[in-house]
Ligand binder design. Structure first.
Ligand SMILES: *Cc1c(COP(=O)(O)O)cnc(C)c1O
Length: 352
């Protein structure tokens, strides 16, 4: 084989959820928000000035970072923004997980973590969830090169109380602990209040789920200024202009509308709680979710077959071809109407 072909970097990429596009579809497969973003975001997009696009965006994301800092009652020097939290997390992996020690994360979790480890050549060890699919804090009380997990975890939806995460922090003064709070607005408990006491804590959040802006690509990290500075150094060594002009102004508009965020998440939480009732009545079992999805299994039916039948009906959910969770489906919480259509389908399907 030619030398340049042998020298190609081989990676096994992350597989994102399908993005099917049918006019009649019910899309419950990638945890998107079924509702639109804040009204002011829509206004900004209507007014967008194409003539401004010849100009570079603000590389410091100052206005957006300041708005986020204001919203979460932290300093602007504690905020780092990126092109979705995937971009922010990838920066974190590159910046902080540089020791020879393995980083730790759960066996069942966001499937991107092992992919970044392979890409950036970071050693890692997975810690199995217990039988109830919970993270066991004690598994993280060992020497490591860093720790990362989502809270609530994905795809289980299970939230760990702040006190448990604090125990992990207490046992890891020498490690960076990254808490991926992609779903925290749906009823989890954010560990942001712990930042004052633990300088080794980094909190990551996204505009993709609760703020209904997955298509805009905005994510952020909040942590100690020393850590944030290190992230900026790596970012400016790679690509200074990450967030574009439109994202920056739409992001600010979203952050400024706190009541809208609260209203919309309350609506999704109510739909989720109702979904728990209906699905339990239909015989589904699932861990108690504090996120905008449910991770369900049914004693009498095969998850993959159900996944295919749903897909046939243009109802899209997520099935993971992964050993411990092959008989589970992850169902994102949609509108009440979308969920009704799902229940309708399931009632018929389970009668057969
Ligand atoms: C959705 C998700 C993200 C990434 O979202 P972005 O759209 O890149 O902001 C990160 N972590 C978890 C656990 C997620 O589910």
């Amino acid at each position: 084989m030619k030398r340049y072909l042998e020298a190609i970097r081989k990676v096994v990429p992350y597989v994102p959820g399908d993005q099917p596009n049918f006019p009649d579809m019910i899309k419950l497969n990638t945890n998107e928000n079924p509702y639109p973003p804040a009204p002011e975001v829509q206004e900004i997009l209507k007014m967008s000035h194409a003539d401004q696009l010849r100009l570079y965006p603000d590389p410091t994301s100052h206005e957006l970072n300041a708005a986020i800092a204001d919203f979460y009652h932290v300093q602007e020097s504690q905020v780092f923004t990126g092109v979705g939290s995937d971009d922010v997390l990838a920066m974190i992996f590159q910046t902080f997980f540089q020791s020879d020690l393995p980083i730790l994360f759960p066996d069942i979790t966001y499937a991107f973590y092992p992919v970044w480890c392979d890409l950036f050549r970071i050693p890692y060890e997975v810690q199995p969830l217990n039988d109830k699919l919970e993270i066991v804090p004690e598994d993280y009380f060992r020497e490591n090169g860093g720790i990362v997990f989502p809270n609530p975890n994905a795809p289980t939806g299970i939230a760990m109380p702040m006190s448990e995460i604090e125990r992990i922090l207490q046992h890891n003064p020498e490690s960076l602990v990254v808490v991926d709070e992609a779903y925290v607005d749906f009823g989890g408990e954010s560990v942001l209040p712990l930042l004052d006491r633990y300088e080794n804590l980094m909190v990551v959040q996204t505009f993709s789920k609760s703020r209904a802006m997955a298509g805009m690509r905005i994510g952020f990290a909040i942590g100690h200024p020393t850590l944030i500075r290190a992230l900026h150094d790596v970012k400016y060594s790679f690509n200074s202009y990450t967030l574009n002009r439109t994202s920056l102004s739409a992001g600010v508009a979203s952050v400024k509308d706190r009541p809208y965020l609260e209203q919309q998440t309350a609506k999704i939480i109510a739909t989720r709680e109702h979904a728990k009732q209906v699905l339990a009545e239909l015989g589904f079992q699932f861990p108690d979710s504090k996120s905008n999805f449910l991770f369900v299994t049914h004693p009498d039916c095969d998850a993959h077959e159900l996944f295919l039948a749903l897909r046939e009906a243009h109802i899209f959910v997520r099935w993971f071809d992964s050993p411990r969770i092959r008989n589970y489906l992850r169902i994102s919480i949609g509108t009440e109407e979308q969920m009704e259509a799902l229940y309708q389908f399931l009632r018929q399907y389970l009668k057969k």
